[in-house]
Design a protein around this ligand. Structure first.
Ligand code: PNS
Length: 162
């Protein structure tokens, strides 16, 4: 049984993430989406909120599950019995950070491979940061995130404005 993890912040999950999820679920027997819960970054959504919004979006994909993790990625991979870490590559600007992370993780645990999927052209510009930036100024984010996520993001910024 080939298990992969797809880790990230997913703050919030975007169409770009969903594309990577669907494509990697087709490549592996089981895909575990890992939401980093102890990131140094200040997040818009709590880990539980992010897990539940992703769960709702992947409920129709039978071999995909979602959970949060603390600490090192390689330890999370070990814990779920994964042999691969999936990362999406958008542009050359992603490459340096991703290469460093993949090589560091390989030194830490040589049994785990990092598998890069190139992002669909439609989503190569897209990031959670851009979504948050747009939403914070009241912009339309419906081209970036699924319909169920739009009001959740808007609600966060409406609360901040009050
Ligand atoms: O979506 P992101 O924020 O680019 O995802 C980065 C993430 C969460 C995958 C990565 O920062 C992570 O898993 N960090 C946990 C700590 C860790 O293992 N660091 C070593 C990587 S070199």
């Amino acid at each position: 049984m080939k298990i992969a993890i797809y880790p990230g912040s997913f703050d919030p999950v975007t169409y770009g993430h969903l594309d990577i999820i669907k494509r990697s679920a087709a490549l592996f027997d089981s895909l575990v989406i890992g939401v980093l819960s102890n990131s140094a970054k200040i997040s818009l959504f709590s880990p539980d909120e992010r897990v539940s919004m992703i769960r709702d979006l992947v409920k129709e994909i039978p071999n995909v599950s979602v959970r949060s993790y603390d600490g090192l990625l390689v330890n999370f991979a070990d814990e779920v019995g994964a042999s691969a870490i999936i990362r999406g590559l958008r542009a050359v600007t992603d490459f340096e950070y991703e290469l460093q992370m993949a090589q560091t993780n390989k030194v830490e645990n040589s049994n785990i491979e990092t598998v890069f999927l190139t992002t669909d052209l439609h989503y190569s510009y897209l990031s959670s940061t851009v979504v948050r930036e747009f939403a914070s100024y009241g912009g339309d984010i419906s081209a970036f995130v699924p319909p169920s996520v739009v009001p959740l993001v808007q609600e966060k910024y409406n609360k901040k404005r009050i």
